[in-house]
Design a protein around this ligand. Sequence first.
Ligand SMILES: NC(=O)c1ccc[n+]([C@@H]2O[C@H](COP(=O)([O-])OP(=O)(O)OC[C@H]3O[C@@H](n4cnc5c(N)ncnc54)[C@H](O)[C@@H]3O)[C@@H](O)[C@H]2O)c1
Length: 351
Amino acid sequence: MASTQPLKIGIIGAGIMGRAHAGFLAREEQTELAAVADPYTTALAEDAGVPHFTDHRQLLRMEKLDAVIVANPNAFHVSTAVDCLDAGVPVLLEKPAAASYAEAADLVAAAGRSSTPLLVGHHRRHHPAVRAARRLIGDGGLGRIVAVNGMWLTKKADSYFDQVWRREPGAGVMLINLVHDLDLIRHLCGEIVSIQARTSNSVRGFDVEDTAGVVFETESGALGSFIASDAATAPWGWDQATEDDPTYPYNPTSFCYSIAGTEASLSFPQLGRYYHEGPSDWTRPLSLRFEAKEAGDSYTNQLRHFAAVIRREAAPAVTAADAARTLAVVEAAARAAAEGCTVRVADVLGG
Ligand SMILES: NC(=O)c1ccc[n+]([C@@H]2O[C@H](COP(=O)([O-])OP(=O)(O)OC[C@H]3O[C@@H](n4cnc5c(N)ncnc54)[C@H](O)[C@@H]3O)[C@@H](O)[C@H]2O)c1
């Protein structure tokens, strides 16, 4: 029977995202922040008036928690999540699930051995427009997908990179940002099977890329392209187009994906469906209909889903294995960029 008590949730990693999660927990009646672990800052715990631990293992030992949210740097994701699973504490693990596909494979193995649930924080999958687009595509509303095009272009403040981990391997625009978009493309358009890529660090000059372009093929034979940069002043990308996170000002003329099928095409996130009344022919005018979507935002929907996962009322919508597959695509893109060739995702999956 579902408990009416708020779920007591700990946060591991109290930086930008950990603090954002604390805000989401406070907004929901069924959750409350119970404790924080972060080796370098006590600010969030002090602000929230909850116990603070410098080591997450101490938090797991000392506090009786219903679950934790892990939002520490990518390099610690797998070891931290495995500690939580070993302690029997359900986890919402921020994306990327790991800093590499090999590490993600360790997480998949640990999650497979454990009866404790783990949800990976690919929050965009819980967005109402994503849910509506997936339904429409699944119902054949676009016909067969032919092509998909996407952009994630924005300018991060230089101070964002004061945190050393964001300039080092394990970060970069592909693992921090494009990972979201490639995950959604898999979710909406089917598995990506091969990829070509170019990356550049010429604007910021860090070890990791600030800009990346990819061309890929899905298992059904659709082709796609995507360009991402954290060094460009531009309106096109999920964050500016969706109003999903008020941190990023909404730009109503922005968009992030165009998905083209044999029978119709979809603008995203507007969900404008372009189609011909009668037979398709480029000399005939296209009709435009906006698809309905539910109200809500992805972080709230994700947290509500996580609450159901904690209570064992739902299975995780994004498993370690699913998220690992997204990382395999990112890794294939990184190899393709380094070697200047096409990389099959199956070759990454196969080791
Ligand atoms: N879902 C999203 O859209 C989204 C958005 C931003 C960040 N993220 C993810 O959230 C994670 C954190 O990103 P951020 O931007 O908040 O970084 P951040 O640098 O602002 O915060 C990381 C925090 O982790 C702490 N930390 C370092 N080592 C730790 C350890 N071993 N155990 C616990 N805490 C430790 C740091 O002191 C810092 O407070 C990353 O994995 C990032 O990819 C996800």
